[in-house]
Write a protein of this length. Structure first.
Ligand SMILES: Cc1cc2nc3c(=O)[nH]c(=O)nc-3n(C[C@H](O)[C@H](O)[C@H](O)COP(=O)(O)OP(=O)(O)OC[C@H]3O[C@@H](n4cnc5c(N)ncnc54)[C@H](O)[C@@H]3O)c2cc1C
Length: 447
């Protein structure tokens, strides 16, 4: 059995899940994760929705069941218009059809469940306070240099360093493909409790609620979503159009929470606002401190997700960050992690012994498979982003009427549900068996 030295840059959702799959499938491997943050860094960044394809991966890691009572489990998304008229109920998950419900949960809970598992694995070490600065690949090893002057070598390096990946820059050749592109939309959101707004849910519509309003220059959607098991703690958010990219989002947005609340008030609560009372009261009652902000960026898809010498590989947001409109970024990171671990295990335990040609061949199958999946996902994501767009300056209402009818019809025809099936039914282990061969996956998983 080969015992490769594997380095991972980034201890986020992709880095942690990948390290767990690698050490399970390749027990002789040693994995070191290098993370820029200190170990004491509080991992708090709002809530996340995990669909069945993401939960299946977490189930394979033995983490899913512990998450169920810590989040809001649901099957359908209720679509309404801005005046609270019912448009559709979209089945986005469900045990009978997809094996899992959907789960909205605080992101820190998922991260700490993964971290706890990692800490139980003696083959995995996390090295904190280590900011990767540069990467150099040779025929025999890859060398990673850190801003503190240290450097280390490994057989394989995997970029899990998120949307602003340093590792990506080291081997994506076209400079236009290095940095993510701003997509002209931002999201602003906060927190509220059920007791504060339930009386405004006039028909007791089941949560989560996704509301679409008339086309304006900025906002045309508003979401209210529970995130704990009892369903009494809510997050709310809206995607707003903002054509110009700011050089520094921090000053005006991330760090100016009063401004965030003001933008939401101007968009949804002004005197002539056509929005329903629930939306207005949600903003009115929300605490300024809870406001959060995200600009939307998209990475162009590289030709392949590994380097020439097959020693540097990209996964998660480093490889294919996309706007959160479809709620699939973390799901894609988890799918990448499980499928890549099968591929690396196949490469390092092949009958011909480990060699670069074999690794390249296997990584090429993995990379083609994941890029095809990402293209499908990005198309779906674009449709979701477009659905939430305001159209600059237009308040005519015509486009809005068309959109509302389209949503109603798509719901009626089950088209939105069918899209979900394509997303939710992905099973990373079964997919690996297709592109690597059933015999290979069976060999890697036999006790
Ligand atoms: C507003 C919003 C809502 C979202 N909602 C959803 C959702 O509902 N469902 C869903 O599936 N996805 C969602 N996503 C997407 C999801 O959050 C990301 O796709 C996911 O976190 C990507 O994980 P990652 O591990 O690849 O990157 P990250 O989570 O960004 O982790 C990267 C890690 O690398 C570290 N790092 C960075 N640079 C360096 C360096 N140079 N050296 C060392 N370490 C470094 C960072 O500190 C971090 O720990 C959402 C995203 C946003 C912005």
């Amino acid at each position: 059995m080969a015992s490769p030295k594997i380095a991972i840059v980034g201890a986020g959702l992709s880095g942690l899940s990948l390290s767990l799959f690698i050490t399970r499938l390749l027990p002789a491997a040693s994995v070191k994760i290098y993370e820029v943050r200190p170990s004491t860094h509080p991992y708090t960044s709002g809530t996340i929705n995990l669909t069945p394809n993401a939960l299946r991966v977490l189930d394979h890691l033995g983490i899913y069941k512990s998450l169920i009572p810590q989040g809001f489990n649901f099957d359908n998304l209720t679509l309404l218009n801005h005046q609270f008229d019912f448009l559709a109920s979209i089945p986005i998950a469900g045990i009978s059809e997809f094996e899992y419900q959907s789960l909205r949960i605080e992101r820190r809970i998922v991260h700490s469940a993964l971290l706890q598992k990692v800490q139980e694995q003696p083959q995995i070490e996390i090295v904190y306070d280590s900011k990767c600065e540069a990467v150099e690949e040779s025929d025999t090893a890859v060398t990673i240099t850190f801003t503190n002057g240290a450097s280390v070598s490994a057989d394989i390096l995997i970029a899990c360093d998120g949307i602003h990946s340093t590792v990506r820059k080291s081997f994506v050749k076209d400079p236009n493909d290095c940095d993510p592109k701003y997509m002209g939309q931002i999201s602003i959101g906060g927190f509220i409790t059920k007791s504060q707004i339930q009386e405004f849910n006039v028909n007791n519509n089941p949560y989560p609620l996704m509301m679409f309003g008339p086309e304006t220059s900025t906002g045309a959607n508003f979401m209210v979503w529970p995130y704990n098991q009892e369903g009494d703690k809510f997050t709310f958010f809206s995607t707003l159009s903002k054509p110009e990219e700011e050089k520094d989002w921090k000053l005006l947005y991330s760090e100016n929470k009063q401004n965030l609340k003001k933008i939401m008030e101007e968009t949804f609560v002004s005197e002539d606002s056509p929005w329903n009372e629930m939306v207005k009261k949600t903003i009115e009652f929300s605490a300024v401190d809870g406001y959060r902000f995200w600009p939307f960026y998209l990475h162009s898809m590289p030709e392949k997700l590994y380097s020439e010498k097959a020693r540097v590989i990209m996964v998660g947001d480093a490889a294919h960050a996309m706007p959160p409109s479809g709620g699939q970024g973390a799901a894609m990171a988890f799918e990448d992690a499980e499928t890549l671990a099968y591929s690396l295990a196949a490469a390092f335990t092949g009958e011909e012994g480990t060699n670069t040609l074999q690794t390249q061949e296997i990584l090429s199958k993995w990379s083609d498979h994941r890029i095809a999946r990402m293209k499908t996902m990005q198309e779906m994501n674009k449709r979701m982003s477009d659905m939430r767009k305001g159209s600059s300056g237009s308040t005519s209402g015509f486009m809005f009427t068309v959109k509302v009818w389209a949503i109603w019809l798509l719901g009626l025809l089950g088209v939105l549900g069918r899209t979900r099936r394509a997303i939710n039914n992905y099973d990373a282990k079964k997919e690996a068996a297709v592109f690597l061969g059933e015999g290979v996956v069976a060999r890697l998983t036999e006790e």
